[in-house]
Design a protein around this ligand. Structure first.
Ligand code: FES
Ligand code: ZN
Ligand code: ZN
Length: 305
């Protein structure tokens, strides 16, 4: 089959759109979409210092690659990477190595921080202690550390590799949990509660489906660690929601986009309610927290008792 835009051989059929893409047109299309997400939502502006949360997986590698491609010649935008080593033997050690060599190849400065050094324990150790719920705790610890380190390194934005699939899974999960505060965080620049210590997060890949993100990395020879986290099994709900959405997409191509659009419309209304929401400060560590002691300090205390 030929590309719908030239005579080259097609490498990808986008079934929700009905077009075939050759390598060149596929890459061009993804780049155009990402650029559009950045410009229409004003994700990156003159003077920004962007920290890219880079795990060494396909999505965060694509974000780093694309932002570097778009902005490396722009003297008004600075880019660096932050990598978090949660301490997962056989998985994160390998992806951190991939991440280090990719940052070197691109000439992007990288800062690596480990749970072990910052919190005093690894996720391998935490999983043995907690038996369940460690994947959720890992997410809390990671968000905390990324925000803290990005801020300390002078970042004005924190870019993450969230794709359309991640976003749709979060929409469903937050509806199921009735978590409105998290529900309003969807979109390319999620609204965080007001606190001067929060670094605004941006999601340049928010309109790119995960399978297209993977294909983009493959055709561009972007090195990435292919395996998923071995502890993902702990997050049963996300796994179920992912499967549910993949099945829906199969019988109704494009449903992820309509779910995202619908949620976005709801969020626009709901946000007005939370717009002025202020968040307080953890009395132990001084980081933003909705409670007097943040979940991270609570977890550290629980583990040391
Ligand atoms: Fe933290 Fe998987 S990356 S539990
Ligand atoms: Zn083509
Ligand atoms: Zn705290």
């Amino acid at each position: 089959m030929n590309c719908s835009f030239c005579k080259q051989e097609s490498i990808y059929f986008r079934n929700y759109e009905g077009h075939h893409y050759c390598e060149i047109h596929f890459v061009k299309n993804i780049e155009k979409r990402v650029k559009k997400t950045i410009s229409t939502n004003k994700l990156i502006e003159k003077g920004d210092r962007i920290a890219v949360a880079h795990s060494g997986g396909k999505d965060s590698s694509n974000v780093l690659y694309l932002l570097n491609k778009i902005f490396s010649d722009n003297p008004n935008i600075e880019l660096f990477a932050i990598t978090i080593d949660e301490g997962i033997k056989g998985y994160r050690d390998k992806s951190v190595k991939k991440s280090e060599s990719f940052c070197k190849k691109l000439g992007v400065k990288q800062h690596v921080f480990s749970f072990k050094k910052e919190f005093g324990f690894t996720i391998d150790q935490l999983s043995k202690k907690l038996k369940s719920g460690y994947c959720g705790s890992c997410g809390i610890l990671k968000r905390y550390l990324l925000n803290k380190k990005a801020r300390e390194l002078g970042a004005t934005k924190l870019a993450t590799g969230h794709t359309l699939d991640d976003e749709c899974q979060s929409i469903i999960m937050n509806v199921l949990r009735g978590d409105l505060l998290r529900f309003v965080r969807i979109g390319p620049m999620p609204l965080l509660a007001m606190h001067q210590k929060f670094v605004p997060r941006i999601k340049p890949l928010v309109l790119i489906p995960e399978n297209e993100s993977e294909l983009f990395a493959l055709v561009n020879n972007i090195p990435f660690h292919p395996k998923g986290c071995p502890y993902a099994v702990d997050n049963v709900l996300r796994g179920e929601v992912e499967e549910f959405l993949n099945n829906l997409e199969k019988c109704s191509p494009g449903i992820r986009y309509s779910l995202y659009e619908s949620a976005h419309k709801i969020v626009t209304f709901v946000r007005k309610k939370f717009k002025t929401g202020k968040i307080s400060t953890c009395e132990k560590c001084g980081e933003p927290s909705s409670r007097s002691v943040c979940k991270v300090c609570e977890l550290i205390e629980k583990l040391s008792s």
